[in-house]
Ligand binder design. Structure first.
Ligand SMILES: [Zn+2]
Length: 274
């Protein structure tokens, strides 16, 4: 199946696309999605861009290539295992909000074929990379504050290291659905922070906020110290948004100060609203 047909297969399985401009259901019209008034092209890769404003990616293709390298090396497998552990049983309808190159969603759908899924990201490069993942999911370039899905479309929303749009997540969750939130714990990427002279992550109060506004029914903390050679160190340095403020020269210097380990330290919480 080519990319576009895979997109329409995923859209059929979910059956919840709505026009981000007018809110009417979107149906297939040739290579497009149509609400009757607006057309959205599904490209050959099998993605759709529903952004209503021009957006220049802060994250470039090089960053996503580095992320692929880090994921392929298995550095985040313990995080995936914790996610699988938190994902409720049964045929879930999963939205990965801020899915990046789609590694988590793709792996979850591979391990849980009874589930269906969609991934959305503001970055076109990310969604292009996601469309190359070996799974049938609906990938779209979209504003996380205004996603092209009907109310109550998903039983589970994943928010992995992405600024949250809690109002939109609540709108998209079906009754009884859950949000699985992943955010940095204190030692996340400590070796990179130390090499840059930065303090450890300060708790931004995510857990406290969730505890006040939602019901947390399960929590995990994943802490792994990943052994890295120079190539994997370089990939970590390149992939993290933490280093987006560095010039190319500063980044090169950091790449040439490899450490032997990188700490992945993340909090996960599964919570429900209302
Ligand atoms: Zn419309």
């Amino acid at each position: 199946m080519d990319g576009r047909e895979r997109f329409f297969a995923a859209a059929d399985a979910l059956g919840c696309l709505v026009c981000p401009k007018c809110g009417h259901p979107l149906v297939r019209a040739g290579d497009n999605l149509s609400c009757g008034s607006h057309l959205w092209n599904v490209n050959r890769r099998g993605t759709v861009n529903v952004l209503s404003f021009p957006h220049r990616d802060a994250y470039d293709a090089e960053l996503f290539a580095a992320r692929r390298q880090v994921f392929r090396a298995g550095c985040y497998l313990p995080v995936l295992e914790a996610l699988e552990d938190l994902l409720p049983a049964g045929p879930q309808r999963i939205l990965d909000a801020g899915c990046g190159e789609g590694w988590y969603l793709s792996r979850l759908l591979a391990d849980r074929p009874e589930c269906s899924g969609a991934g959305a990201d503001l970055s076109r490069d990310a969604i292009h990379a996601a469309a190359a993942q070996p799974c049938t999911a609906l990938w779209c370039v979209a504003d996380l504050r205004r996603l092209p899905f009907a109310d109550g479309s998903f039983t589970c929303v994943l928010d992995i290291l992405t600024p949250a749009s809690y109002g939109e997540f609540r709108r998209l969750l079906a009754p009884g659905g859950c949000l699985i939130k992943v955010w940095p714990a204190e030692e996340y990427l400590r070796e990179i922070r130390e090499a840059r002279g930065l303090p450890l992550y300060r708790d931004a109060g995510v857990g406290g906020w969730l505890g006040q506004h939602a019901r947390i029914d399960a929590q995990r903390r994943v802490t792994v110290r990943v052994p890295v050679g120079p190539a994997l160190w370089a990939a970590f340095v390149t992939m993290t948004p933490l280093n987006q403020d560095l010039t190319a020269e500063e980044k090169r210097r950091l790449i040439h100060m490899p450490r032997e380990r990188v700490t992945v330290d993340l909090n996960l919480a599964r919570c429900r609203f209302g």
